[in-house]
Write a protein that binds this ligand. Structure first.
Ligand code: TYD
Length: 394
C-alpha cells in the first residue's frame, strides 16, 4: 500500500525545456505527489509518466558536463578496476560516456535508450545499445559477450518503474561471482537536506538502504557494502551480490547505514509527514526572500537550469518577475525556457559579475565547483541563494 505524504502540485515534464515557438502551446502537466510504500518502505512518486515520453532522442542531460562528475567517475572507475578486476562490464544508463570512457572498449558495453546520447558513445567506439534495459536485451548481451562480472548503473535504476524486470534482467546476465553497483540519490540525505527537488517525473524512486535491501531480496540478491557519495546532493552506492556468492563478506557499512536510517525514522510514516511540513515552510520562505529581492530591485538570476529546479520553480510558482533568467552550460538547454514557468535559459559564457546581485543555485549539488568558478562574484559581495537545507543566502 502506498500512502501519500507530499503534494508538489501540477508539474511539467522536468527535462522538457521549451523552444520559444512552443511557449504558447499547452504544456503536458501531471500532479506530482510522493508516497511511501508501507511494506517495502519505498518512497516513490505516485503518478508516473511513460518512459518513452521522458527518455527520447532529445534528452538534454549530459553527465560529462561537470568537472565534479567527470572526476568522480574517473576516480571510481580506477577504484573498481583495482578492487574487482572486472572482465566484462555492462553500464545501464551510459549517458554520454562519462564512465565508459575510463575502460577498454573491449571490456564494456553501454545501454542508453536516449539515442542522441547513445550515438555519442557509439561514435567513439563503445558498443552501446540504444534501448531500455530489459530481459530481451540482457539475454542478447549474454549470448553475444557472455556473463557480466560487473554491472554498474548510476542514476538510472531509480528512473525505471518496473523494478522486477530490471532486477530479473540483471540476474539473467550477472555471473555467479559478479557484482552489481547501483548509485542513486539517498533518501536519508534528501530528507535531511529538505531537498524536495529530488522528486520529479524521472525520479520514480528515491531509495534508502532499507528499501533497496527489501526489493532485491526477492531476487536472491543482497547488499554487501554501501558507500555514501556527494554526487547529486548526497547519494548511496550499493554494492550488491547474489546471496549464494560467498566471495564477498557483508561489510560493516551495511549495518551502520541501516542503523542511521532507522534512527532518523525512515521506517516511520510520521517522519515523512514532518518532511512534508518542512517543504511547505521552505516554499513560503523562499518566496519571501525572492519577493523581498524584487521589492529592493535586486537583479536575481538562476544558476544551473537543473531538472530539480523545475520542481522548485513550479511548486513555488516562481516566474520571470522573480528570477530574470537562468544560466546553464548545457548546449541543449540554452536559448530555451524552463518548462511550466517559462524563465529563459541563457548560455553560460563567463563568470558572473557585479551586474548581478543574487544567483539562485539551481545546481546546488555542484556548489563547491560553482563557488570556485565564481569566486570574484562572491568577493564583490554577490550572493548565492539556495533552498537547501532551508532558504538562505550563502
Ligand atoms: P544536475 O544537477 O546534474 O542534474 P538534474 O538536472 O538531474 O537536476 O544538472 C546540473 C545542471 O547545472 C546542468 O544543466 C549543467 C548546469 N551547470 C552549470 O550551468 N554550471 C556549472 O558550473 C555546473 C556545475 C552545472
Amino acid at each position: 500500500m502506498i500512502k501519500k505524504f507530499l503534494d508538489l502540485g501540477q508539474q511539467p515534464l522536468a527535462n522538457s525545456y521549451l523552444k520559444k515557438k512552443n511557449l504558447y502551446k499547452k504544456e503536458k502537466k501531471y500532479r506530482l505527489q510522493v508516497g511511501l510504500d508501507i511494506e517495502k518502505k519505498l518512497v516513490s512518486i505516485i503518478r508516473t509518466i511513460p518512459s518513452g515520453k521522458m527518455f527520447n532522442d532529445n534528452y538534454p542531460y549530459r553527465s560529462s558536463i561537470s568537472k565534479t562528475m567527470n572526476q568522480s567517475f574517473g576516480y571510481f572507475a580506477k577504484k573498481i578496476k583495482k578492487k574487482f578486476k572486472p572482465k566484462f562490464i555492462i553500464e545501464i544508463g551510459s549517458n554520454d560516456g562519462a564512465f565508459l570512457k575510463y575502460f577498454n572498449k573491449k571490456n564494456i558495453v553501454g545501454v542508453e535508450p536516449c539515442n542522441n546520447l547513445a550515438k555519442l558513445t557509439t561514435r567513439s567506439g563503445y558498443k552501446t545499445y540504444s534501448e531500455f534495459w530489459n530481459k530481451k536485451l540482457a539475454k542478447l548481451i549474454k549470448e553475444k559477450f557472455s556473463f557480466s562480472d560487473l554491472i554498474y548503473s548510476a542514476n538510472t535504476i531509480s528512473h525505471i518503474k518496473d523494478m522486477d524486470t530490471t532486477l530479473n534482467s540483471i540476474n539473467l546476465v550477472l555471473s555467479d561471482n559478479g557484482v552489481v553497483i547501483l548509485e542513486d540519490p539517498s533518501l536519508l540525505e534528501c530528507l535531511k537536506m529538505n531537498a524536495y527537488d529530488q522528486f520529479y517525473c524521472e525520479h520514480i524512486y528515491v531509495f534508502s538502504l532499507i528499501s533497496i535491501s527489501k526489493i532485491i531480496k526477492k531476487f536472491n540478491l543482497e547488499v554487501f557494502h554501501v558507500e555514501k557519495t556527494k554526487t547529486h546532493g548526497g547519494s548511496n552506492r550499493y554494492y550488491i551480490k547474489k546471496i549464494k556468492n560467498k566471495k564477498y563478506k557483508i561489510n560493516k557499512s551495511v549495518k551502520k547505514i541501516l542503523k542511521e536510517e532507522v534512527n532518523f525514522g525512515l521506517n516511520k510514516f510520521s517522519t515523512y509527514l514532518q518532511f512534508a511540513n518542512r517543504v511547505k515552510k521552505s516554499k513560503k520562505s523562499l518566496l519571501k526572500i525572492l519577493i523581498n529581492c524584487k521589492n529592493k530591485k535586486l537583479k536575481v538570476i538562476g544558476y544551473g537550469a537543473t531538472a530539480k529546479s523545475v520542481t522548485v520553480l513550479n511548486f513555488c510558482k516562481i516566474k520571470k518577475d522573480l528570477i530574470s533568467y537562468f544560466l546553464d552550460t548545457t548546449p541543449d538547454k540554452q536559448n530555451k525556457y524552463i518548462p511550466g514557468v517559462h524563465i529563459p535559459i541563457i548560455k553560460y559564457k563567463e563568470p558572473i559579475n557585479k551586474n548581478i546581485d543574487v544567483a539562485y543555485l539551481g545546481a546546488w549539488n555542484f556548489k563547491k565547483e560553482i563557488f570556485i568558478k565564481e569566486k570574484n562574484f562572491l568577493k564583490n559581495k554577490g550572493k548565492f541563494l539556495t533552498h537547501v537545507p532551508y532558504p538562505k543566502f550563502i
